[in-house]
Design a binder for this molecule. Structure first.
Ligand SMILES: [Zn+2]
Length: 432
């Protein structure tokens, strides 16, 4: 295997552009034969062969072993992306959960770690845990360079700067420069995005069934968020705030005080923390025998307790979960009418509370959507749970570095690490 940057004569700028296009075609297909590439590009055999030789010499492409493809007689002469050339680190942070993964350049996870966190802690405390998990993952992974890092955070992220902007429930994170920290630590380009954006991307690209229709992902856990993939791209909006539905107002009830300081937010009725608040009150008032028992035994009620009480038929728990599902479904129906996705996916910790929430959610979506938006809509639970975010993060990095407009920035040096800042900027401009 040839290492990167071993060319005797560097390819011209035009050759690099053609090679970038070829790499994109190969990547989209997993592998491609020379004759397929000639057809798709309209280029002659000699030009295609020259560019492929450069791609192999630079370490981004590799010849497919003809024996591995099982072809007989004349070898198929196919090439593939060298997905083993580098590693991608990705982390997905919820309010109380941290998932971290190391993947290859195809987004295939080579290792995964999970731990509980409280994201309201100072960024230093939380991010040092992300770094510790990344170090553990790298120590167990093949010895390859890190080509990129993606971090998903549970709040509004300005994707251009990689900083959170006034996150309602994480005040200490306002303006924290998460991207520079990881870019500097790993000497590689880094991206910071909203966690649900990464989850939507992961589910759109790798979820089952793989429908490739516009996809609306709704995460219901401690908090609530959503993200939309339309035409194969994340809809981030003008500054990255798109999809932040947790603090949409859904009720005039003055008792629905939200942790953001306002009242009547979706989260304040249907978020995991609001269910805990409501059912703790029910347990204290004697309306929920099952949860009163938990409260006495442990001093607090958890999401798992609510799931167990719901499964056991506790009326107060069932009523609260059903209401949360209905209110969320009604709010989401409005988005379905507006955005008209083909697939609506529910994910997050709520999936571990039993089937009641999803049943009520699905019914409220059906009741609240117009015929044309509803008739071909698939509503399902997340198929990658709980790995949507780390998968989406790895794919975001791979898509960014191999994008035909970005690849020429680093191709001659064999990896994007030497051009990290330019790669980040170019991808952000292309993603707008
Ligand atoms: Zn709120």
């Amino acid at each position: 295997m040839t290492a990167g940057g071993a060319l005797t004569r560097p390819p011209s700028a035009r050759d690099v552009l053609v090679l970038a296009q070829i790499v994109d075609l190969v990547r989209g297909r997993g592998s491609a034969t020379r004759s397929v590439l000639e057809t798709l590009t309209g280029l002659g055999r000699t030009v295609v062969n020259d560019r492929l030789r450069e791609g192999v010499d630079l370490g981004v492409l590799a010849e497919v072993d003809p024996l591995a493809t099982g072809s007989r007689g004349r070898p198929s002469r196919a090439v593939r992306l060298r997905t083993e050339a580098g590693l991608v680190l990705s982390a997905s942070l919820g309010a109380v959960s941290l998932h971290a993964a190391v993947s290859d350049l195809a987004g295939l996870e080579l290792g995964h770690r999970f731990e509980r966190i409280d994201v309201r802690d100072a960024p230093e405390r939380v991010l040092s845990r992300v770094e510790a998990l990344f170090d553990e993952l790298l120590a167990a992974a093949p010895d390859r360079p890190v080509w990129g890092v993606a971090i998903g955070l549970p709040g509004p992220v300005d994707v251009a700067t990689g900083r959170m902007v006034a996150p309602p429930t994480m005040p200490g994170w306002d303006g924290a420069d998460v991207r520079s920290r990881f870019a500097a630590r790993h000497g590689a380009p880094a991206w910071v995005d909203n966690e649900v954006n990464l989850m939507a991307l992961g589910e759109w690209e790798r979820g089952t069934p793989r429908e490739r229709r516009d996809l609306l992902f709704v995460k219901v856990a401690t908090g609530i968020g959503s993200a939309l993939v339309t035409g194969g791209r994340l809809h981030r909006g003008d500054s990255g705030a798109a999809g932040d539905i947790g603090h949409v107002r859904v009720t005039d009830d003055p008792s629905a005080v939200c942790r953001c300081g306002k009242t009547g937010c979706l989260e304040a009725v249907a978020g995991g923390w609001a269910l805990v608040r409501r059912l703790t009150g029910d347990a204290r008032a004697g309306r929920s025998p099952a949860l009163a028992e938990r409260l006495t035994a442990t001093g607090r009620i958890t999401g798992e307790d609510i799931g167990a009480a719901t499964a056991a038929g506790d009326e107060a728990a069932r009523a609260a979960v059903a209401r949360a599902g209905r209110v969320t479904g009604t709010a989401v129906a409005g988005i379905v009418n507006f955005a008209n996705p083909g697939t609506l996916v529910l994910g997050g910790g709520v999936l571990r509370s039993g089937p009641l929430f999803f049943a009520e959610f699905e019914r409220a979506v059906a009741e609240g959507t117009i015929e044309l938006a509803a008739r071909a809509l698939t509503v399902r639970t997340s198929s990658l749970d709980p790995r949507e975010g780390t998968t989406g993060g790895a794919l975001l990095v791979a898509d960014a570095v191999f994008r035909p407009s970005v690849l020429p920035l680093w191709l001659a040096s064999g990896s994007p690490c030497g051009a990290a800042a330019q790669v980040q900027t170019a991808h952000l401009q292309a993603a707008r």
